[in-house]
Design a protein. Structure first.
Length: 943
């Protein structure tokens, strides 16, 4: 009976499989038989699978991958033997392949006997990036087989799959290398595979190469053999169980430095031969970080080695391939002569990020891309935890607020999305790597850690990592692990530890007995937007109300109520008052609420140190109280609280809840401020207005705002030295302040910068400027023809990526539109200025008032080329769209942007960035309509 039922289910399943191939799918993307094989019998076959995701009944267990890249012909051939576990009777194996020429496919049983004496028909479904291999003999449920495929392709031109990169030696010779970048869906460009994160398997890689090259992959080499034709073949050790997107290999002629961690892991930094002197800082960081994570996660890094390699052509910042992390040169190479303190901090954070992924992402992987935040949000947050622990002098905690501010910035536009959102096709999946996954993810984790306490948070994530090692996880798995922080001993001995655990003790502080962590976290992960908590004093009570915070729509707007509907968060509120030193807590789960604070309290500051992901509005004169407090006694609040007040105030101005002059009055206290974080926050707000206004024909307001900023910060500007001395915070403040002062044409600043630039010119570019002010000096120097030309020359020959990025920025500051145009053309050409730098180049030109129209027109004109080069959903396209429209603020410009998006409708409709761009411009338009006159009047009063 059971057997019969089983058979029935199976046959039904098979029918439904074939039947699920709908005709509309077929019409839009006809399945094509492979070109180069005896496709005997394949004419009558139609592609057996209609979905984007692969069937679950064939599980890859092990890949034996052979590759032979030819760096002269710029192509590669390969073969892969995949051991599969078949869980339903079927004649078909469906897997991913993109742009590969499949020359042969066969299937063998466990005893390595071929199932058919002919090569098997291979059908292609290009729009789904899938192939289907037909076995005339049924593959039986419960059996294992070997699927063997031979294939080849050109090395890719862009930045995904198995792609080529080049670099130039100091003698002018061009050298080629081949490297990979697979995440999220490009492993299928390098070899046929089951390219989804939950198909974890072991990989054995072999690579053929010429003796003058080396090859690297996830694991160490176990042996190298001669294979004839003067070629060598490296065989790498079998990997741990992992997802396809983490596989990597590189063939190059790089040099390395190596050290060992306390637990014996070999760490090496690889760079092109002339750059290996720039590798020592990264080596130190990587060793320290691996030691730190080993201890923090209480799980040893499982591989014998970790290589970090700087790839000359690299689109994103870095990639966490297991055991072989790849980086942009500026993300890995620290050059003591030209790298600034910000460069150093960046490198440290990037390494901290990629190495965190070796646990969060590699060891435990999200089930599907909709929850990529489980990788990226954690890795971003771990940057802060790990750098704070390993390099306390870098004061990384000063930056965490900015991560949260970035998240609020996009989450307060209507175009935002929940952290966890559906994503099926590659364009949708690629767009998941955005502020919501990274910054909001990290910020919400910060809130959760603060809520549960450091210790409970750490024990919870260790539990999660242990339980799901070499597996995949869902959000729920994380919440369950965090809520139940039993030690392993407790667990084994069967003790009921939940109610006695630290977690619930802390939870009591907030929520009493019935804390439902899942319900709470779902409001942050499954719901888009950021809450606005409005507080009012009423006698001894603090009245609270939560709404969705929106910067583009006012409460008076007819749209408002529909945009608010159904939004509710479980907010772990914190607040401080003048009446005590403690931080008070209250879990707010309803739309309105009230807290007894007592009559004697004079001020209340909500969201202490911004440990919560929400914006606070102090109604009924509440902001005046804050302004007064800051003026009288600003150190009554922490620097984080002061920074957050400044941030919230200007957010509320944009949203129309607070008038601009109140915001400007609030930052009046900054003349007393000595901490760089609130100072930079205030400066940044004014700078943002300035950048917008200088692009409008508002000469008078622009001039007055310039004068105001310079006068307001005169004392701190004059205190700055043009050197690299001092603490990290001092160096960062100096860098920002002097850059702004010169941008605002401050005469003493310009004079000093010109003088330095003259010396640099006289030295023919050999003089090393103080690294933190080099960008400013170059930007001033770039205003003269001769200076600009010398900078471009130095850019061309410099062997320091850190130096080149400073120079490129300076070049984009020219006021000469011909020069800006030339830069854009050079970027498009991709020789002097690499394609990897084109999107930031466009962004920087658009920042320049003389360049913003130019950049926009350039993007419109070259749209197709740009999309082809970077892929539609990529962060490059996103930053190009948002960067070139972000400064628009007139209704005419809005219409122009709309018109362009209309003209690329099919692409635009697939992109979130177009929505974000429109929201942004709309927000700017309203800002001007509402605030320009206020600003004009306010400035006049200051004169
Ligand atoms: N996993 C990503 C790399 C990545 C980015 C893959 C986008 C696919 C699409 C990596 O860990 C990462 O987050 N890189 C960042 C830099 C990092 C320091 C935040 C990047 O490339 O922007
Ligand atoms: Zn990452």
């Amino acid at each position: 009976m059971m057997a019969l039922l089983g058979l029935l289910v199976l046959s039904l399943f098979h029918v439904s499989l074939v039947g699920s191939h709908t005709s509309s799918q077929h019409a839009s993307s006809p399945a094509q038989p492979a070109g180069e094989q005896s496709s005997e019998g394949s004419d009558n076959l139609s592609f057996p699978w209609s979905r984007l995701r692969l069937p679950r009944y064939i599980i890859p267990l092990h890949y034996d991958l052979h590759l032979h890249p030819n760096l002269t012909s710029l192509s590669f051939t390969g073969s892969v033997q995949i051991q599969i576990d078949v869980q339903n009777n079927t004649n078909w194996v469906v897997l991913h392949s993109k742009g590969l020429k499949i020359s042969k496919a066969t299937i063998m049983d466990q005893n390595l006997t071929h199932l058919s004496d002919k090569v098997l028909p291979v059908l292609h479904h290009p729009s789904h990036e899938q192939i289907g291999i037909f076995s005339p003999r049924v593959l039986s449920s419960g059996r294992k087989y070997f699927l063997c495929i031979e294939f080849g392709a050109e090395l890719a031109e862009g930045f995904y799959g198995f792609y080529k990169s080049t670099y130039r030696t100091s003698t002018g010779e061009t050298r080629t290398l081949a490297s990979t970048h697979f995440e999220p869906t490009s492993a299928r460009m390098a070899f046929p595979c089951f390219d989804e994160p939950s198909f974890k398997a072991n990989f054995t890689v072999r690579i053929k190469r010429n003796p003058e090259f080396i090859s690297l992959s996830n694991m160490p080499i176990v042996k190298t053999v001669e294979v004839g034709d003067g070629l060598l073949e490296d065989q790498f050790d079998v990997s741990v169980k992992m997802s396809t997107y983490l596989v990597a290999f590189v063939v190059c002629d790089f040099k390395s430095v190596t050290a060992t961690t306390s637990s014996g892991v070999q760490v090496s930094i690889y760079a092109s031969p002339e750059k290996w002197q720039q590798t020592s800082y990264a080596l130190e960081v990587a060793v320290k970080m691996l030691d730190f994570y080993d201890e923090y996660f209480n799980i040893h890094y499982p591989l014998p080695k970790q290589d970090l390699i700087a790839i000359p052509d690299f689109e994103s910042g870095a990639m966490e391939n297991w055991g072989l992390t790849t980086y942009r040169e500026t993300s890995l190479l620290y050059d003591p002569l030209t790298s600034s303190i910000s460069d150093k901090l960046w490198i440290t954070m990037v390494i901290g990020h990629e190495l965190a992924h070796q646990w969060f992402g590699n060891l435990v992987t999200m089930e599907w891309w909709n929850d990529i935040w489980l990788n990226e949000g954690f890795a971003r947050y771990m940057e802060y935890i790990s750098v704070e622990a390993t390099y306390p002098d870098l004061k990384v905690e000063e930056y965490l607020l900015h991560t949260c501010f970035a998240a609020v910035g996009s989450d307060s536009l209507n175009s935002s999305r929940p952290i966890s959102s559906p994503a099926e096709n590659p364009t949708q999946i690629t767009q998941m790597f955005d502020t919501a996954s990274y910054d909001k993810g990290a910020c919400v984790l910060h809130m959760l850690r603060h809520f549960l306490t450091d210790d409970v948070f750490q024990r919870g994530i260790v539990r999660y990592l242990r339980k799901y090692s070499y597996k995949n996880a869902l959000n729920q798995d994380l919440w369950d692990s965090l809520a139940n922080t039993c030690s392993e001993e407790d667990f084994i001995s069967g003790k009921h530890c939940y109610s006695s655990s630290q977690a619930s003790k802390n939870a009591y502080l907030f929520a009493g007995e019935h804390l439902d962590l899942t319900a709470m976290m779902n409001t942050w992960i499954l719901q888009k937007g950021v809450p606005l908590v409005t507080v009012t004093r009423k006698g001894p009570h603090l009245l609270l109300r939560q709404d969705r915070f929106l910067r583009t729509v006012l409460p008076s707007d007819p749209l408002w109520s529909s945009l608010q509907k159904g939004f509710l968060w479980h907010i772990p509120l914190t607040y401080k008052t003048d009446a005590s030193n403690t931080i008070h807590r209250h879990l707010m789960t309803t739309q309105t609420d009230s807290i007894h604070i007592g009559e004697e309290v004079s001020w209340v500051k909500v969201n202490t140190d911004m440990t919560g992901y929400y914006v606070v509005h102090y109604e009924d004169g509440g902001w005046d109280k804050m302004t007064k407090l800051l003026r009288q006694n600003h150190t009554a609040l922490s620097y984080k609280d002061r920074t957050q007040l400044i941030h919230n105030a200007f957010q509320l101005v944009t949203a129309g809840h607070l008038s601009l002059d109140k915001g400007l009055d609030l930052i009046g206290y900054l003349q007393l401020e000595t901490h760089n974080v609130p100072l930079l926050q205030g400066l940044g707000s004014l700078q943002a207005f300035y950048h917008m206004i200088e692009k409008r024909n508002e000469i008078d307001v622009t001039r007055k705002l310039r004068m105001h900023i310079l006068r307001f910060f005169r004392v701190v500007i004059d205190q700055q030295t043009w050197s690299d001395g001092g603490s990290v915070s001092e160096r960062r403040l100096r860098s920002e302040l002097l850059s702004l002062a010169c941008h605002l044409d401050d005469p003493p600043c310009l004079e000093r910068a010109r003088q330095s630039f003259k010396h640099w010119l006289q030295s023919k570019g050999t003089l090393n400027l103080p690294t933190d002010v080099a960008t400013t000096v170059f930007s001033v120097g770039a205003q003269e023809d001769r200076g600009w030309a010398s900078l471009l020359h130095t850019y061309n020959i410099s062997s320091s990526a850190a130096q080149k990025s400073k120079i490129l920025f300076a070049l984009t500051c020219s006021r000469d539109t011909n020069k800006l145009h030339r830069l854009l053309e050079l970027g498009l050409e991709g020789k002097v200025i690499r394609s990897q730098d084109l999107s930031s180049l466009i962004f920087m030109v658009a920042r320049n008032p003389q360049g913003h129209r130019l950049a926009w027109n350039f993007v419109k004109k070259n749209w197709d080329t740009l999309v082809q080069r970077f892929q539609l959903g990529s962060s490059c396209i996103r930053s190009i769209i948002i960067g070139t429209t972000g400064h628009f603020s007139s209704p005419e410009e809005l219409a122009e942007v709309q018109l362009f998006f209309e003209s690329i409708k099919e692409q635009a409709s697939q992109l979130r960035a177009t929505q974000v761009a429109l929201d942004n411009v709309q927000k700017n338009v309203r800002w001007f309509q509402r605030n320009l006159e206020t600003l004009r009047n306010w400035l006049n009063q200051q004169m």
